[in-house]
Write a protein that binds this ligand. Structure first.
Ligand code: NAP
Length: 301
């Protein structure tokens, strides 16, 4: 979507990393004026500024040319940055500052709000492994928004619309619930993939074959989730209450990867609500796990 520049807030970026660069490039393509870039390392700011024909400035000066400054620095750097900027005092009045952390609410920008700035947060629910990949995946991203004033909320909603995204409003005090959900879905998918990778390695699979097997499996699973949704996307022995197969898995894990047994059982138990929705006999499965745990406890004591 290309918007009329006249109505749009002018944007500055502090933190020329993956998120800052991706949003700056995407917003510029959508018609926003990116007026200033600053970063810890001047060369990072200069490279992005050159790409967008923006000014490369010091951290203190970036917001002066802008209406809205995105603070796209690591989570731990947000508070020190807000404190550093708050020293600009009255010059901050009426300027908007928005961080992109999923872990923190807008409260951590209190030092800026205390000087009369508008504050907010805009968290893109997307893994930014690289700028180019993130630019490709950006359409249809959901953004969690918070804003200290209606005008800032409107600016953020317009920005998300211009990026072809969607918004989720987080009830007060619930941002960590939202962020933990995103971490479970994205980061722990990578963890589970890596565990499966190590298991395939342990039986002699090459890197190439392990990657092909898991990439195809993971992609098809996501396709099933997109096309069939919950609970129908679930396949495998739990969905068939196939106790013999569960028994074989636990025996093999106990023998070759014993540290994975508690995780395997915990994940199976977390799947019960999906199984119940599919009409599977969860009682039979739970009885099997309880028996298995008791037998193993007795054997190990
Ligand atoms: N990565 C993700 O998947 C993702 C997704 C959603 C939201 N976020 C959030 O977006 C924010 C940025 O994450 P990111 O992944 O883009 O991090 P990143 O790639 O590490 O980029 C952070 C940038 O900020 C600069 N910087 C570091 N400390 C600074 C400071 N004190 N003052 C000014 N600039 C500083 C960095 O240094 P140089 O100038 O030295 O290059 C770097 O360019 C975080 O709040 C993160 O939680 C990340």
């Amino acid at each position: 979507m290309n918007l009329n520049r006249g109505n749009l807030p002018k944007i500055a970026i502090i933190g020329a990393g993956k998120v800052g660069s991706t949003l700056a490039i995407a917003l510029s393509r959508a018609g926003y004026a990116i007026v200033a870039i600053a970063s810890r390392t001047p060369a990072s700011a200069a490279a992005l500024a050159q790409r967008l024909s923006a000014a490369s400035t010091t951290i203190q000066d970036a917001f002066i040319l802008a209406d809205l400054t995105l603070l796209t620095v690591p989570d731990d750097a947000i508070v020190p940055l807000a404190l550093q900027l708050s020293e600009m005092g009255d010059a901050l009045r009426g300027h908007a500052f928005v961080h992109t952390s999923g872990a923190h609410s807008l409260d951590i920008l209190k030092p800026l709000a205390a000087q009369g700035a508008l504050v907010g947060s805009l968290h893109p629910a997307l893994p930014f492994a690289s700028i180019e990949t993130a630019l490709n995946n950006l359409p249809n991203t959901v953004y969690a928004l918070e804003a200290s004033s209606p005008i800032l909320l409107q600016w953020l909603q317009d920005m998300v619309g211009a990026l072809n995204g969607h918004t989720i409003t987080i009830p007060e005090g619930q941002k960590s619930v939202y962020h933990a959900a995103m971490v479970i879905a994205s980061n722990y998918t990578v963890t589970l993939y890596s565990l499966a990778y190590q298991m395939l390695h342990s039986i002699g699979a090459s890197d190439a074959v392990a990657a092909i097997a898991l990439n195809t499996l993971t992609r098809a699973t996501v396709d099933n989730l997109v096309q069939q949704g919950l609970p129908n996307a679930l396949t495998g022995p739990l969905s068939r209450a196939d106790i013999g197969t569960l028994q074989a898995h636990l025996n093999a894990l106990e023998c070759h990867h014993p540290h994975l047994v508690p995780l395997y059982i915990a994940l199976a138990r977390s799947t019960y609500p999906l199984l119940q929705a599919r009409g599977v006999d969860v009682g039979k499965i739970e009885q099997f796990f309880m028996d298995w745990e008791m037998t193993n406890e007795n054997n190990n004591s």
